[in-house]
Design a protein around this ligand. Structure first.
Ligand code: PMP
Ligand code: GLU
Length: 420
């Protein structure tokens, strides 16, 4: 009876929805062409295994394992009490953009006005904003590889063409000026640089960046997108940005944020500092699809930039100690070729010596198989190199405790020794 009444008054409730008409093919081609983020997927997989009671050590996702410093958390709590709860300007509160200008001046020796700063939901959105605002269909973007998972996907979203320039472990994963110049064509619109690098930990020296800037000085139409999110996780004692060279400075878009330096990955605050025309374009884009990033998180980020910077050095020291530990331990495993990473918290061993080997039913054809084998056999989550356009490698994040690093590498050693 109730059903009959429902059917009479609200026929829509009683209708059978034909889901068969709506399927994967209805997803836009743009999204079908996109690969899911392997770093996030692997991390999720390891969380699922942990929830089943399996003791997985997660070395897949790259995020500091430290809590956000207390003074930053207090600023967020105060922001709520002080009612910083309304929409903010699309590109972020003026006070935060001023704090970022001060940071850029004091730490990087670069002058910006607040309207050249656009704050977004993490450096990830800042990068995507820049790419979508600059790249037309068919424009070429030069990406040195190994490269962080999202760059090529963002370029695909913009219908640009990825021009990958490989650099192997033998060259410490850094491209040479000759490689850069060989990749430039009349269609090149952008070059993407990431130093310190995810996934390799390599850091370009001042001389190396100067040599790349000298090449780019000859091509004034090329925009340089400089991802500096690991600026403070650096073991060389010196950070250098390509933007420091006057011959290219006026066309560098710098991306940075609070995620890594201040252990604030979940707060989602990043920014770009750019020539005004680019900042305005990205702000227009952001104004139409996400508006301002969280008001409370912005206040926390402001506290991070204006407050004591001691927390950065404490965490950096811990990462450096762990870098030393993992380099030493992985160096004892036969068949792994590693560099000595100078920044970030990743190490990227070349693992092809294990391809073609097996342990029972587990056959290792490539780094995907090896990464899955390590998850199943050693219960250590890593990320396959193909996700970073470097299929002979795997990535391990050492942003975890010394105990976890020791245990994980010991397990990896045992699992790899079983492959024959
Ligand atoms: N660039 C690189 C190289 C990264 O590793 C990350 C970390 N995901 C990002 C950008 C994005 O950082 P955020 O958390 O600020 O979005
Ligand atoms: N930067 C981290 C990583 O590479 C976070 C995950 C992501 O955003 O891809 O693991």
């Amino acid at each position: 009876m109730i059903l009959l009444i429902t059917h009479y008054f609200f026929p829509i409730f009683a209708q059978q929805i034909n889901y068969n008409r709506i399927n994967m093919n209805s997803v836009s081609q743009r999204i079908q062409a996109l690969s899911p983020s392997q770093t996030l997927a692997m991390s999720q997989k390891s969380a699922e295994l942990r929830s089943q009671g399996i003791d997985v050590i997660n070395m897949s996702v790259g995020e500091p394992d430290f809590n956000t410093p207390d003074h930053i958390k207090e600023a967020a709590k105060k922001a709520i009490d002080d009612n910083f709860t309304f929409y903010t300007p699309v590109g972020g509160y003026l006070s935060l953009r001023k704090a970022i200008c001060d940071k850029m001046k004091n730490e990087n020796g670069r002058e910006f006005t607040p309207d050249q700063i656009v704050v977004s939901n993490g450096a990830k959105q800042s990068l995507c904003n820049a790419i979508l605002s600059i790249i037309n269909p068919g424009d070429e973007v030069i990406i040195p590889t190994p490269a962080w998972v999202s760059y090529v996907e963002m370029v695909k979203l913009a219908e640009g063409v990825n021009v990958l320039v490989p650099a192997s472990v033998e060259q410490d994963f850094k491209i040479t000026p000759a490689q850069l110049e060989a990749a430039i064509t009349p269609k090149t619109k952008m070059v993407l640089l990431c130093s310190p690098s995810n996934p390799t930990g390599s850091v370009y020296t001042r001389e190396e960046l100067k040599a790349l800037a000298d090449v780019l000085a000859k091509y004034p139409e090329i925009i340089i997108l400089s991802d500096e999110i690991y600026e403070h996780i650096n073991y060389t004692g010196e950070f250098c940005s390509i933007a420091e060279f006057p011959e290219v400075a006026d066309r560098v878009v710098t991306v940075n944020g609070v995620s890594k330096a201040y252990a604030m990955t979940g707060w989602r605050i990043g920014f770009l500092a750019a020539p005004l025309w680019i900042a305005k374009a990205t702000q227009k884009l952001q104004g139409q699809y996400s508006s301002n990033p969280s008001s409370v998180a912005q206040k926390a980020a402001e506290a991070a930039y204006v407050g004591s910077q001691d927390c950065i050095e404490e965490m950096r020291k811990a990462f450096e100690r762990r870098r030393n530990l993992i380099v030493e331990l992985l160096g004892e495993i036969p068949g792994l070729r590693i560099n000595n990473p100078q920044g970030a918290f990743y190490i990227f061993p070349e693992v092809s010596a294990y391809f073609g080997k097996k342990n029972g039913d587990a056959v290792i054809k490539d780094s995907h198989d090896l990464s899955m084998y390590l998850l199943e056999e050693a219960h250590v989550a890593t990320v396959e190199g193909a996700a970073f356009c470097a299929p002979d490698y795997i990535r391990l994040s050492y942003a975890t405790s010394d105990e976890n690093i020791k245990e994980a590498v010991a397990r990896i050693k045992v699992a790899l020794a079983k492959l024959a």
